[in-house]
Design a protein around this ligand. Structure first.
Ligand code: NAD
Length: 358
């Protein structure tokens, strides 16, 4: 297969980890007989320094013409001035908009070898393997909002949750298709006992299940209950789909389950165009330039890019298996190491993944 990937290393540890994910993609191309072309472009703080714009037009053009985009991370104390004209994060929000990305996918997988780092008990977390679909472009973050002064003093602020049928249908379909490829269970999270927008979600989703996905084991759970279930019985879930605000909170809660930020990738997808793939952690300025960052979340994001942007499932699984095998040998970067375990550098950890892939 021919594919063109845009690499957006960004700031902090971004360049260190994206360069390692590139090595993995290059090996996959050789091993499976694909032809991958790589372009590098600027985003975030480094782009502000170079051009004054956190998302220069050349970056947007390259991304739009690509098969998939792999991002490191953006931001850092250097660009934290609250009075600055623009901030690195603005580049991230704009690239999502430019690519029309409406679904955020976040796999939450607890690796047996790392479970002791989880804040929860081993017997609760063991076996957790959830794929979240969070709606990304609608809901209360983008609905009408206002702030007005009240005649008697004080102010009134309004934020409105707005959803249309088509916005619900397109992400629900994506989640349902994914559930079919996995264990066949789909959970939709809402607050239909209170919110009109949730009642629309519930109706639209129920109709789609009946018409197109009757084979799935489907359930709906209220968001307040879900917040509890996630930490009391995380293994009960397979694919979870929800609206923007609930997804924002639940995916952050869930990211604590495996106990290691450096292992979690995410993807943002739109309707057919290139997706954006990235680790969920930030630019880790405290360790940038030291060569000790954990590259595995970015390598796993590259695997997601192969699966979701290229349909290369076998290749994605090969990477995921290699990561698991390497962890099973006791290989650890500084963020994962415990007690007397040897600490590997970013490059040494990637070398082991490459060896496992050979
Ligand atoms: P962070 O995720 O960058 O770091 C939190 C802690 O985890 C730090 O101690 C860091 O060293 C460690 N860590 C993170 N990733 C690691 C890795 N791969 N290997 C080893 N250790 C790792 O979060 P933060 O410190 O709150 O934010 C730092 C900067 O990143 C801020 O400017 C923030 O705005 C930005 N940020 C960017 C993104 C993004 O680009 N998507 C996401 C979150 C934060």
């Amino acid at each position: 297969m021919d594919a063109t990937f845009v690499l957006l290393p960004g700031d902090g540890i971004g360049p260190e980890i994206v360069s390692q994910a590139r090595r993995v993609l290059e090996l996959i191309a050789t091993r499976f007989g694909h032809h991958f072309v790589f372009h590098e472009a600027m985003i975030g703080g480094c782009a502000i320094d170079a051009t004054g714009d956190p998302l220069p037009p050349q970056t947007i053009e390259l991304c739009k013409q690509s098969t998939g985009v792999l991002l490191g991370a953006v931001g850092g104390p250097r660009w934290d001035d609250p009075n600055a004209k623009t901030r690195p994060e603005a580049g991230l929000l704009r690239i999502r908009k430019e690519l029309g990305l409406f679904a955020n996918l976040r796999p939450i997988k607890a690796y047996d070898e790392l479970i002791d780092a989880s804040p929860l008990k081993r017997d609760v977390v063991q076996g957790t393997d959830i794929l979240f679909f969070r709606e990304l472009t609608g809901g209360i973050y983008f609905g009408p909002s206002s702030l007005e002064d009240l005649p008697g003093g004080g102010q009134r602020a309004t934020s409105t949750m707005v959803y249309e049928t088509r916005e619900i249908e397109r992400i629900f379909r994506m989640a349902a298709e994914a559930a079919r490829q996995r264990r066949g269970k789909l959970t939709m999270v809402d607050k239909a006992n209170v919110l009109e927008a949730s009642r629309l979600w519930r109706r639209v989703c129920a109709e789609l299940i009946e018409s197109d996905f009757p084979d799935l084991d489907y359930e709906v759970i209220l968001v307040d209950a879900m917040a509890m279930h996630l930490i009391s019985r995380p293994t009960a879930f397979d694919v979870v789909v929800t609206e923007n605000l609930f997804g924002d909170i639940l995916t952050d809660e869930a990211s604590m389950l495996p106990g290691s930020l450096g292992m979690l990738p995410s993807a943002s997808l739109g309707a057919g165009g290139p997706g954006l793939f990235e680790p969920i952690h930030g630019s880790a300025p405290d360790i940038a330039g030291k060569g000790i960052a954990n590259p595995l979340a970015t390598i796993l994001a590259a695997a997601m890019m192969l699966r979701h942007s290229c349909g290369l499932n076998e290749e994605a699984e090969a990477i995921e298996r290699a990561v698991q095998d390497v962890l099973a040998t006791g290989a650890r970067t500084a963020d994962l190491a415990r007690d007397s375990q040897k600490v590997l550098s970013t490059i040494e950890m990637t070398d082991l993944v490459l060896a496992a892939l050979q």
